[in-house]
Ligand binder design. Structure first.
Ligand SMILES: [Zn+2]
Ligand SMILES: [Zn+2]
Length: 342
């Protein structure tokens, strides 16, 4: 089988690798679509390191069950979206449903375990979420990262009907947060680095756009958000960019009692005096990926047309380098996918 692998010298190659056989409780999935994510750039840059090189890249994949191990109830041929975080199902966090922060399982596809940018992947059965009718596999693949992350962040934001939500960063996650927040009943203000991205956000439920086309533009984001809200500010600021400057802009855009939701990050620090939270009783909410149930919920919303994934481009498996280059140039409207089979 072919797989996109990252090597110790941080080179990315399409290698021929061994075929996979499922152990008891596991399924092998023939991958049809795999999303290309900004996090992949962190791995390519060596900021996130796998336990051992080489590793197959990719944490956003969907396909058809191809082979099953002993004791598996999923049938061969079932379309599934792969939940990329391995979880034990028995620890305190898993029992609370917080499978994304499982106490016992450190493995995650495409982070420290072979991922889904390949013709096949092997995972425990509980990581294969059946894809409902009406959801294509490219959409399903993106829901396993951007989609479920957006669901999770929106749930943890405690957004209420009538709130104002700012979404900073209209990439793969941002465009789905826009939809989830609008669906939850919020007025949505998009912050993006091009008019095209703001138009995309408006087409998916944002009512206003704030353009940040130069690094200095973030200095006026708080002021522009307040202008759009009669001086009040935003109840929720979804931060998907994660530089010092963008995070400060977000915290300063909040209304009293507002929530700063930290999801996107870079190598930069959050540097702000606590008084900026204290005086307005605002909160810092952090979110990491999403739970297994969030993936299920994202798939359900997509199946009824309440979540749409704009597919920005389709590449063959050998096109991974081109897709990542486009992402690095921030020249992508929505999410790019690898079309691996079918
Ligand atoms: Zn991702
Ligand atoms: Zn667990």
């Amino acid at each position: 089988m072919r797989a996109v692998r990252i090597h110790e010298d941080l080179s990315l190659r399409v290698d021929e690798t061994d075929d996979l056989t499922p152990k008891p409780g596991e399924v092998v999935v023939r991958i049809h679509a795999a999303g290309v994510c900004g996090t992949d750039l962190h791995i390519l840059d060596g900021m996130i390191k796998p336990d051992a090189y080489p590793m197959t890249l990719g944490h956003e994949a969907a396909g058809l069950v191809d082979a099953v191990g002993e004791g598996v109830s999923l049938e061969v041929g079932t379309p599934v979206a792969i939940y990329n975080k391995i979880f034990c199902g028995r620890c305190e966090q898993c029992l609370k449903g917080r499978t994304n922060i499982c106490d016992n399982e450190p493995e995650q596809l495409g982070f420290n375990r072979d991922g889904g940018d390949a013709e096949y992947v092997v995972v425990p059965e509980q990581n294969a979420a059946p894809v409902p009718d009406g959801v294509d596999l490219a959409t399903a693949s993106v829901l396993t990262c951007a989609g479920m992350t957006a669901m999770h962040a929106t749930k943890l934001s405690s957004l209420q009907l009538g709130d104002t939500a700012v979404v900073d960063g209209i990439g793969g996650v941002g465009i789905i947060v826009v939809q989830a927040a609008a669906h939850a009943g919020a007025r949505v203000i998009a912050v993006g680095d091009s008019e095209d991205k703001l138009d995309l956000a408006r087409a998916h439920g944002a009512s206003d756009g704030v353009l940040v086309d130069t690094p200095e533009s973030y200095e006026t984001v708080a002021e522009r958000v307040r202008k759009l809200t009669d001086g009040r500010g935003a109840d929720v600021f979804f931060e998907l960019v994660g530089t010092t400057q963008t995070m400060n802009a977000g915290i300063r855009s909040l209304a009293k009692g507002g929530r700063f939701v930290s999801t996107g990050y870079t190598d930069q620090q959050l540097e702000i005096h606590p008084i900026e939270f204290i005086l307005s009783e605002t909160s810092f909410v952090s979110t990491v990926a999403a739970t297994r149930l969030d993936l299920q919920d994202a798939l359900t919303l997509a199946s009824v047309g309440a979540l749409m994934v704009p597919i920005a481009g389709r590449y063959p498996i050998e096109g991974i380098g081109d897709a990542l280059d486009a992402l690095r140039k921030r020249a992508v409207l929505g999410r790019q996918v690898l079309d691996i089979a079918g």
